[in-house]
Design a protein around this ligand. Structure first.
Ligand code: AMP
Ligand code: MN
Ligand code: MN
Length: 326
């Protein structure tokens, strides 16, 4: 059912052994909000574990407080009386973490995706928030005193989901929360350094390879590029090193829709969609089995060849641009 903040707060207060879960291919909001809610529950006296069901890109580990996070394997065999799932629009987004609470729904779902399916007992999903971390903050400030780690983890979520305060989702509330967190000691500098300044020579080589594949269509309003499994092998890069690449495509002047195709492993293509002003890319992603936000969405396609994914998605994006009246 749809839940209020009060209902969620009351439910979390009853937790004794809690599990907090984020999504696969984790971003700063998943990492920050899961680690922060885990800290909040521990401050309340609960035994709480935070789980990210996938590899955490190495540079997020530079942010204090992220060491609290565990993988699924480390938590197998444990039992929990309270399960909270964060920043995930449907249950498939939590990957193998589903094994940690068999035969039941999550007790609490906190999210801000328009595509959220409401798969928990208590669902607090509000696309009006720029980040799930803002919802966690609403809860946290009612329950516990803040310290720097908690404030900085929440700021990580807000900063990354707003593109460091530059997307259309940024409103007065985002700045107000950021100011509150700063007052509690959160620093934007270590976050920016970890997330925006982690490129290595091999990542730059991969970025150059990606830009070689760049195509522009629909009078420059649609831009797309890919990173193939072969490019990963040639440059010695991992998938996690493509963080920020789709933003580089979106940064082109005049582009409305930017798409990055990432082939890893072979046969699987992750599609990252971004828009600037008027195309709702969450609809494009949802039609292809994924989800997301109006200006940032994604899906994963299982296709024999990378080019098959490119053809399908570019066609759908072109149609969305035409439908929006360009
Ligand atoms: P990404 O392009 O992977 O950075 O994802 C952009 C947005 O779309 C994020 O809010 C993700 O949570 C969401 N998203 C990405 N992939 C999927 C998927 N396969 N299913 C549902 N939502 C997704
Ligand atoms: Mn996320
Ligand atoms: Mn988010």
């Amino acid at each position: 059912m749809k839940a209020t903040l009060d209902q969620v707060v009351a439910r979390l207060k009853r937790a004794k052994r809690a599990l907090v879960v984020g999504h696969i291919r984790p971003d700063g909001d998943a990492i920050g909000s899961v680690a922060a809610l885990t800290l909040i529950l521990r401050k309340l006296g609960a035994e709480a574990e935070g789980c990210i069901p996938d590899r955490i890109p190495w540079f997020y580990r530079e942010i204090q407080g992220t060491e609290i996070l565990r993988g699924v394997e480390e938590l197998r065999g444990r039992t929990f009386d309270t399960v909270a799932v964060l920043d995930s629009s449907d249950i498939s987004r939590i990957g193998d973490a589903i094994d940690l609470f068999p035969d039941r729904e999550p007790d609490v779902v906190l999210d801000h995706h328009v595509t959220n399916s409401g798969f928990g007992v208590l669902n607090l999903c509000d696309p009006g928030y720029a980040a799930t971390a803002m919802i966690v903050h609403e809860i946290g400030k009612r329950l516990v005193p803040y310290d720097r780690d908690l404030a900085e983890l929440l700021l990580l979520g807000i900063a990354t989901d707003t593109g460091f305060f530059k997307y259309a989702t940024v409103d007065e509330r985002a700045f107000t929360v950021a100011a509150e967190l700063t007052r509690h000691g959160a620093r934007i500098q270590p976050i920016a350094s970890a997330v925006l300044e982690h490129r290595t020579p091999k990542t730059i080589r991969l970025l150059v390879e990606m830009f070689r594949t760049l195509r522009l269509e629909v009078g420059g309003r649609l831009a797309y590029a890919y990173v193939s499994a072969d490019m990963f092998r040639r440059t010695g890069c991992d998938e996690e090193e493509t963080e920020g690449f789709v933003g580089e495509i979106r940064a082109l002047h005049g582009v409305e829709v930017a798409i990055l195709f990432t082939e890893w492993p072979e046969g699987e293509v992750h599609v990252s969609l971004r828009s600037k002003n008027y195309v709702d890319v969450s609809r494009v992603a949802r039609a292809l089995g994924g989800g997301g936000h109006p200006r940032a969405a994604g899906c994963t396609l299982h296709v024999p060849r990378l080019q098959d994914a490119v053809t399908t998605v570019v066609e759908a994006a072109r149609a969305a641009l035409v439908e929006a009246g360009i």
